[in-house]
Design a protein around this ligand. Structure first.
Ligand code: ADE
Length: 232
């Protein structure tokens, strides 16, 4: 069972995690998701979680103290933890990372807001031998916070856990689409009934029943699409 904890100042923003595939995966005890409010770790009347940056500059930085308390409250020394800090300055998330995260036992997502979390939080936990810290970005754009990024990573990673997908065959096909040089091919185009829709026919080969020809056509299409994307 994969334990997933998320820490955020907007816990309600993360409620879609209880729907659909992830909701079912929790019911089947394949994963367990817990959402924590960072403000629960503050004592002042305003429940403040940020402060002005040392060195000056615009915006606010999230204070290390509530983060340390929140992470300590959900871990112990025996626990092997992967702490994922969402930041546009992190390593770009991809399918290979999803595969890696899907095999872990305890993921903690630190969803920062404002100008990010005090850098010592990552540094402190990286120095503990039961922690591995990953700074991750989901793309070259700046979101308002890490919540949506965490949901993207959780959705991509958990569907790779055996039993989470209703039809495991679809995973097999995806893994087949990794070519010899480890390049991940995008999927070939898909069609369903009717065979003619608004004057457009489904490609003939897909109606042929010739599985060899179909597989060859699909691979060609996937390669063509992948090359096209690379050139854009
Ligand atoms: N927080 C703000 N922007 C982000 C991004 N692109 N990826 C991950 N976390 C973020």
């Amino acid at each position: 069972m994969l334990q997933i904890d998320l820490i955020s100042i907007f816990p309600d923003y993360l409620t879609p995690l209880n729907l659909s595939l992830l909701g079912k995966a929790q019911e089947r005890s394949l994963i367990k998701i817990a959402i924590h409010d960072l403000r629960d770790q503050t004592k002042d009347v305003h429940h403040s979680v940020d402060d002005t940056p040392y060195g000056g500059g615009a915006g606010m930085v999230m204070s290390p103290e509530p983060w340390g308390k929140a992470i300590d409250a959900i871990t112990n020394e025996k626990d092997q933890v992967d702490l994922i800090i969402l930041t546009p300055a992190g390593k770009r998330f991809n399918q290979q990372m999803a595969m890696e995260f899907s095999k872990k036992s305890h993921l903690i997502f630190a969803c920062g807001r404002y100008e990010g979390i005090d850098a010592r939080v990552g540094q402190y936990y990286a120095g503990k031998n039961n922690f591995k810290v990953h700074e991750v970005s989901i793309g070259d754009y700046v979101l308002g916070g890490g919540e949506v990024a965490a949901m993207v990573i959780i959705e991509a990673s958990t569907r790779l856990i055996p039993g989470v997908l209703g039809n495991p065959e679809s995973l097999k096909e995806e893994s087949h689409s990794i070519s010899s040089d480890d390049l991940i091919l995008v999927e070939y185009p898909n069609y369903t009934k009717p065979a003619n829709w608004r004057g457009i026919d489904v490609p003939e080969v897909l109606l042929s029943g010739n599985h060899g020809q179909i597989a060859k056509w699909r691979l060609e299409q996937a390669e063509r699409r992948t090359n096209q994307l690379k050139q854009e």
